[in-house]
Design a protein around this ligand. Structure first.
Ligand code: TYM
Length: 343
């Protein structure tokens, strides 16, 4: 019987975020806000996933700066680096090694179904990098390298986590012939009303870093005036706000702004609707601006403060790398043993 050196934790969180461009309200409400709450109860590992960022062209100097910026944003938003592990992905080489092994488990048919690749590669598919295509395998490696049980993300990552579950199941049956449970199946945690924050210019499009219009998103670095102007100009319809969730279904912009309010205020959507039913956007928008500024302004000021000392940010990342690698090394050794690789 093969002796394993890594332990399956009863609960462990892994999640990641790409260091490309500004973090926006979607990243905050869909991911980071939940990370901050969950870290209190479950031991957590968070990564700035720079290897994912290079699946599309990046400017090397900007990539380093963005990695530090995203690290600062995550800390400013409330991740406690004494309690949780925070590091940049490329500093733990085991991520790439495991991704290769999992490339030999994942089937081409599974990757062909990934909608995010189709969206990102667009019409120019032949010219997309192999990295962009196999990106979900690297994401599976990120999660499985820590034998993570829970993965808090926004809705757009759900399909990738389902793939990680398929890869884990397949690995277990290919290599863990006795118990077939080396990897547990990680659970996506898609929590709260902000799991799919939409563009402020078009309520049917996801808020995204890559939208050419800066007015479509609220960045975590936006000033009070930026937030004011963007929400003031946000697209709406001409009806008063409804009283029920059902009535929001055909009103994408109203639905988005109300969900943002509900998520920022930590109250459920129905309660937000109860407060604003029958009121116009001219009443609601100033309330939303006030709330957004109240929550986001302290994060951006703290972020600017932290960024004044990039050496300290690098130190935090190095400390996180040490802690992450300690776990990753053991798991990868077990995996190599199971696969039959001498190490
Ligand atoms: P990324 O960098 O695109 O986004 C980071 C997190 O923000 C969430 N998010 C949103 N949530 C709500 N509304 C939106 N408009 C919105 N836009 C983004 C994303 O769902 C995500 O949770 N592949 C991942 C990063 C990753 C990862 C991982 C995540 C790499 N390895 C392992 C979890 C586990 C990505 O590109 O996220």
């Amino acid at each position: 019987m093969m002796k394993l050196i890594s332990k399956q934790p009863s609960k462990r969180i892994f999640s990641g975020i790409q260091p490309t461009g500004n973090l926006h309200l979607g990243n905050y409400l869909g991911a980071i806000k939940n990370w901050v709450n969950l870290q209190e109860e479950i031991s957590s590992i968070f990564s700035i996933v720079d290897l994912h960022a290079i699946t599309v062209p990046q400017n090397p100097l900007k990539l380093k700066a963005s990695t530090r910026e995203v690290t600062a944003a995550i800390i400013a938003a409330g991740i406690n680096t004494e309690k949780s592990i925070l590091f940049n992905q490329s500093s733990v080489k085991e991520h790439s090694e495991l991704a290769w092994i999992l490339n030999c488990v994942c089937r081409i048919g599974w990757l062909n179904r990934m909608t995010q690749f189709k969206e990102k590669a667009g019409k120019n598919r032949e010219n997309a990098t192999v990295g962009l295509y196999s990106y979900p395998v690297l994401m599976s490696a990120d999660i499985l390298l820590y034998r993570a049980t829970h993965v808090p993300v926004g809705e757009d990552q759900k399909q990738h986590i389902e793939l990680a579950r398929n890869i884990a199941t397949s690995f277990n049956s290919m290599f863990d012939s006795k118990s077939k449970d080396f990897f547990c199946l990680p659970e996506p945690q898609i929590l709260g009303p902000g799991t799919r924050v939409m563009s402020l210019r078009d309520g049917t499009k996801k808020m995204s870093k890559s939208d050419p219009s800066d007015a479509s998103r609220i960045n975590l670095t936006d000033t009070k005036d930026d937030i004011f102007n963007k929400i003031k100009k946000a697209k709406t319809d001409s009806n008063p706000l409804p009283a029920t969730i059902k009535e929001l279904e055909k009103r994408p912009e109203a639905s988005n702004l109300l969900k943002i309010y509900s998520s920022l205020s930590d109250e459920d959507l129905q309660k937000t609707l109860d407060s604003f039913a029958g009121k116009g956007f001219s009443y609601f928008k100033p309330k939303l601006i006030e709330l957004a500024v109240e929550i986001l302004n302290p994060i951006s000021s703290e972020m600017r403060y932290l960024l004044k000392d990039p050496v300290e940010i690098d130190k935090i990342l190095v400390k996180g790398k040490g802690k992450a690698q300690k776990i990753a090394e053991k798991v990868l050794k077990d995996i190599k043993n199971l696969v039959g690789l001498i190490h």
